[in-house]
Design a protein around this ligand. Structure first.
Ligand code: ARG
Ligand code: ZN
Ligand code: CA
Length: 337
């Protein structure tokens, strides 16, 4: 954040009013002004109006400062390549691998596969996108314009054989884990040998925090090592889609049936048919299920369902908009830009 630089800029232009200290090239000399007949003299009172409004309403100064700050940030992001020219946001990713056996110490190659899966799924260049039924093609997201870039991989051996999601010990060096790398600027992914619930029971492939937790030390994803990448991963969850799904949550997508096990709740996307609950395995299209007495064809091939990796192939257009809102300059995860 170059606040200091920008502060200097604002002060400069506030005090100089209609005198830009940096570029004097376009200024007319007093001589010229006198020789140009008044009828032909150009005038643009925008600056005078701006200054008059500022005198009347000093709070505008802060608004101007905010606009200049976000403009500077936008330009800076363009320069460092995090926001590409077409508006695509590239999220920096940090992998934190905590393993007991060497098999659990997932290779750099598998991590690279995982990043490639994310980029394909979020760019709609996944080869199995052809599985979208024609009835759902109009609702398909296409390129979500979010990409992922591996910036670091941290590794640590541990004697622990399971990690409880309610304790988050994998996220602190002081409790045997690995500290997050600047959660405001990076998406952290912890890879562990086993994820346990509060009763010490295994069962989940992974989990993630929604954007209301942006900036917290525990923000990010936790994924079982068996589900990272493809090579050597555990069927039927061996195409890297567990991370695709959890990143969906990280970017504010609920399950298709809503944020409650009750089902038939909203997922805030009108283009995903209301659903009573998860689908598993490898369902055959069409699959109709009922909510509130209405039977709807289910979009079970959406990444936010629970089907096998080979059966999930798409986000919807509404889901794309929701995720873009999260990484927008004004969004809760703007720090990732
Ligand atoms: N947390 C979810 C679970 O453990 C992730 C589901 C991911 N689905 C998948 N096909 N990889 O069930
Ligand atoms: Zn989920
Ligand atoms: Ca919906």
């Amino acid at each position: 954040m170059k606040k200091f630089l920008f502060g200097a800029l604002v002060l400069g232009f506030m005090s100089a009013c209609n005198n830009d200290n940096l570029t004097h090239q376009n200024e007319t000399s007093p001589d010229q002004e006198n020789t140009v007949p008044s009828a032909l003299r150009r005038s643009c009172p925008s600056e005078e109006i701006r200054q008059a409004m500022l005198l009347k309403n000093p709070s505008l100064k802060q608004k101007i400062a905010d606009i200049e700050f976000s403009t500077e940030k936008f330009a800076e992001n363009l320069k460092i390549g995090k926001v590409l020219a077409d508006g695509t946001v590239e999220i920096p990713v940090v992998f934190n691998v905590i393993y007991n056996t060497s098999a659990q110490n997932v290779s750099d190659a598998r991590i690279a596969e995982q990043i490639a899966v994310l980029n394909a799924d979020y760019g709609a260049t996944n080869s199995d996108i052809t599985k979208i039924p024609s009835a759902f093609k109009p609702a398909a997201a296409g390129d979500v314009k979010i990409r992922f870039k591996l910036v670091a991989t941290n590794r640590k051996q541990s004697t622990k054989t399971g990690w409880r999601s309610d304790l988050e010990q994998m996220k602190k060096a002081s409790t045997g884990g690995i500290d997050a790398t600047d959660v405001t600027k990076n998406m952290n992914i912890w890879v562990v040998n086993s994820i346990l619930d509060e009763n010490n029971q295994p069962g989940t492939l992974g989990y993630a925090y929604y954007p209301e937790h942006a900036g917290q030390w525990y923000d990010g994803l936790v994924i079982g090592y068996q589900y990272i990448g493809k090579t050597g991963a555990s069927a039927p969850f061996n195409l890297g889609r567990t991370v695709t799904h959890e990143v969906g949550h990280y970017l504010n997508l609920p399950h298709l049936w809503g944020s409650s096990d009750a089902g038939c709740q909203t997922d805030y996307s009108n283009d995903t048919p209301t659903s009573p609950g998860p689908n598993y395995g490898n369902p055959t299209y069409p699959l109709n299920r009922v909510c509130g007495g209405v039977s709807r064809s289910q979009m079970f091939m959406n990444y936010m369902d629970y089907v096998d990796d080979k059966s999930m192939v798409m986000f919807s257009a509404n889901q794309r908009t929701r995720m873009q809102a999260v990484v927008a300059a004004s969004g809760p995860r703007a720090g990732l830009r």
